[in-house]
Design a binder for this molecule. Structure first.
Ligand code: 13P
Length: 284
């Protein structure tokens, strides 16, 4: 069954682990995520950005594939609209059955962010769908969204409390030093800030930009209250590298069933590892 992420994240919050949210792009990547989650008995969130869901695959395809996977395996699956900025796209997807979304209005100032998020929350809750929002600004590149490091902004704990209270949002993505994509140096996470936010905000907290962050830092963030961890880049790179290697060794092969297979296998190893880091194995 396709679930809303509400129960999943509240259970993770109660039990002190994180649900991994993996960005997928097509049938193959969705299969890897769901099959690996099933093998490890881990709840999982399948995430798709607008350029995957709206432009590349189409919401109906993604939803149908996720439903097939959910019916085939007895694993709690949620499909989640990741970094959506267009309120009407979110509403349309909720209308066709998506139960979980992120409205990313983090590029706007505080009051405008609240206004947009509140509109989405009011709509989503009527359809039993849940909403994640972001306060603060992550650096790096996600989809077509590029934030220069100098424009990244850490989340203020008091603002976070007010934001959650006024929007009634279900979970909150916070900026504590992670960035989308690869890091230039070792990432530094502001754990004190995380603790301060955790003490003032009761909804599940989300860590974006978890690729290329040392496992120990991600685990520490989870121990301090993060209960959803988003991973995209760390899956894409090994998938592409394995296919590149395959073509270097088999330059005339043209069968996608052959050249996709090593990409899937490489991605699977990372999905497994991330599930271990999140502590979400054997949780259902
Ligand atoms: P990374 O690409 O850095 O893993 O970020 C993924 C993410 O936060 C998706 O929302």
């Amino acid at each position: 069954m396709i679930l809303s992420t509400r129960e999943m994240l509240l259970k993770a919050q109660r039990e002190g682990y994180a649900v991994p949210a993996f960005n997928i792009h097509n049938m193959e990547t969705l299969q890897v995520v769901v099959e690996t989650a099933m093998e490890m008995e881990s709840p999982v969130i399948i995430a798709g950005t607008p350029s995957t869901i709206q432009s590349y695959a189409g919401p109906d395809y993604i939803k149908a594939m996720a439903e097939v996977a959910a019916n085939k395996y007895n694993v709690p699956i949620a499909i989640h609209l990741d970094h959506f900025e267009d309120v009407d796209d979110i509403k349309r997807n909720i209308n066709i059955g998506f139960k979980s979304c992120m409205i990313d209005a983090s590029k706007y100032e505080f009051e405008k962010n609240i206004e947009i998020v509140k509109e989405v929350v009011d709509y989503a809750h009527r359809y039993d769908a849940v909403v994640e929002a972001e306060l603060g600004k992550l650096g790096g590149k996600e989809d077509d969204l590029i934030i220069d490091e100098k424009d990244a902004l850490y989340t203020n704990p008091d603002d976070a409390a007010e934001f959650v209270r006024r929007t009634n949002v279900d979970s909150l993505a916070i900026a504590i030093g992670t960035a989308h994509g690869l890091y230039k140096g070792e990432p530094k996470l502001d754990f004190q800030r995380l603790e301060a936010i955790r003490s003032k905000v009761s909804v599940p907290l989300v860590l974006h930009g978890a690729s290329d962050v040392p496992d120990e830092l991600v685990k520490k963030a989870i121990s301090l209250g993060i209960c959803k961890v988003n991973v995209a880049t760390d899956l894409k790179i090994p998938f592409a590298n394995a296919i590149r290697t395959f073509f270097n060794e088999n330059s005339v092969e043209s069968d996608p069933r052959k050249y996709m297979a090593p990409g899937k296998e490489a991605m699977k190893q990372i999905v497994k590892h991330k599930i271990e880091v999140c502590g979400s194995a054997n949780r259902y």
